[in-house]
Design a protein around this ligand. Structure first.
Ligand code: PNS
Length: 178
């Protein structure tokens, strides 16, 4: 590397909304933790797509619990630009998961922009094929309409989803739309 960083110091940032974390996210975290010595899971405070179902504290708590087994993974949050966060953290690489080919087009744009703004490259991990159709949005929609999502999220996240439904009085939680 040409910036004085040795390979053993490589710090990867895995950003996302994590509203909520899914087994697909956890698979990327698991694989990133075996590739990089330090992985920061970076929770965006205000997701751009919609108002989050879960508060920042809830998303943070779910991730911390799900990542507790990895001693090289930490959970932080950021506001504003990812490029500023990675520069601030002196991270060397951004990690993203790619589920399907259609993810690639927008992710390529983001990768170019983030590299232009921060000098930090993005590396993509192909989602495990068993998670290629999972997204946080779909999980929320299916769960809140009464579907079984237990195969797609960690047990702890299921608990948070159930609590959200109970808190709303049982059957219906309004999902903010795109
Ligand atoms: O889990 P998501 O919602 O797909 O994650 C999207 C995220 C948080 C990675 C993206 O929206 C992001 O980087 N937001 C921070 C604002 C930013 O840097 N925007 C310019 C992207 S090039």
């Amino acid at each position: 590397m040409n910036n004085g960083t040795t390979r053993s110091q490589i710090h990867a940032v895995y950003p996302g909304s994590f509203d909520p974390p899914t087994n697909g996210h956890l698979d990327v975290i698991h694989r990133a933790s075996s590739l990089f010595p330090i992985v920061t899971v970076a929770v965006v405070v205000n997701p751009q797509k919609r108002d989050p179902l879960f508060t920042l504290d809830e998303r943070d708590e779910m991730l911390r619990e799900c990542c507790a087994a990895y001693d090289n993974v930490r959970v932080e949050h950021f506001r504003g630009l990812l490029a500023d966060f990675v520069k601030d953290k002196r991270a060397n690489v951004i990690v993203k998961g790619l589920r399907v080919v259609s993810d690639f087009e927008s992710e390529m744009q983001f990768a170019h922009m983030n590299r232009s703004l921060s000098g930090v490259d993005t590396m993509f991990l192909m989602s495990d094929s068993s998670y290629s159709f999972i997204s946080s949005s779909l999980i929320k929609e299916v769960f809140l309409q009464g579907g079984d999502v237990s195969g797609f999220v960690p047990e702890r996240v299921l608990h948070f989803l159930r609590a959200k439904r109970q808190h709303s009085g049982g059957s219906h939680v309004d999902l903010p739309r795109h």
